[in-house]
Design a protein around this ligand. Structure first.
Ligand code: GAR
Length: 207
């Protein structure tokens, strides 16, 4: 079993999609060993508890500096034996040292088709606001490995979603989650846990 640690900051619907796919047996070679929230009030923590999954809150402002925070994250992740770190709506940018230590062992779900609408400042609803402002007709989601460039790591899976004329950021966010995020994030975990992908430079290939 591949041991997964899921990092969250908010509602945790992507965490729920992972839990549901493990419980249904679609993901059969991975288990969640811990959920780490950056926010003590994140509903994602409740979701973890409801499914008897170890869940903790590790907050940046409880540490003297960013290095101390990153070290605390590393200590918890290593003590749980985590083999794959999944960022599921995690809103803190990780340090370069952290992403290098866990190279090709961290994945993220981004609510747009990278390289559009991504990078620093593009997170959560802000992504969908920017999509609507630009007037693009297609958006979507991307599951990718995490490196030291925000949203810049090797792309694992993408799925397109239509933008409709009367969309608000909230309506579009919901459609992107339902049609893309909740599908491709569990799928990426399934592929990785079954040893079905390789990474070479910025290219991910199915084997
Ligand atoms: C999701 O839309 C996720 O793609 C996005 O935050 C939301 C979290 O929802 N992540 C980012 O913007 C990261 N840059 P959730 O807590 O319900 O999974």
């Amino acid at each position: 079993m591949l041991k997964i640690g899921v990092l969250v900051s908010g509602g945790g619907t992507n965490l729920q999609a992972i839990i549901d796919n493990i419980e249904s047996g679609y993901i059969s070679k991975a288990e969640i060993v811990t959920v780490i929230s950056s926010n003590p009030n994140a509903y994602a923590l409740e979701r973890a508890k409801k499914h008897n999954i170890n869940a903790v809150c590790i907050r940046k402002h409880d540490y003297a500096d960013f290095d101390g925070y990153m070290k605390a994250m590393e200590n918890h992740i290593d003590s749980c034996g985590v083999e794959l770190i999944v960022l599921a709506g995690f809103m803190t940018v990780l340090s370069k040292e952290f992403t290098e230590k866990y190279k090709n062992k961290i994945i993220n779900i981004h609510p747009a088709l990278i390289p559009s609408f991504c990078g620093d400042g593009f997170y959560g609803l802000k992504v969908h606001e920017a999509v609507l402002k630009k007037g693009v007709k297609i958006t979507g989601a991307t599951a990718h490995f995490v490196n030291d460039e925000t949203d810049g790591g090797p792309i694992i899976l993408q799925k397109a979603v239509a933008v409709e004329d009367n969309d608000t950021p909230e309506i579009l966010q919901k459609r992107v989650m339902e049609q893309a995020e909740w599908k491709i994030l569990p799928e990426a975990i399934k592929l990785i846990s079954e040893g079905k992908i390789t990474v070479s430079g910025n290219k991910v290939r199915r084997i």
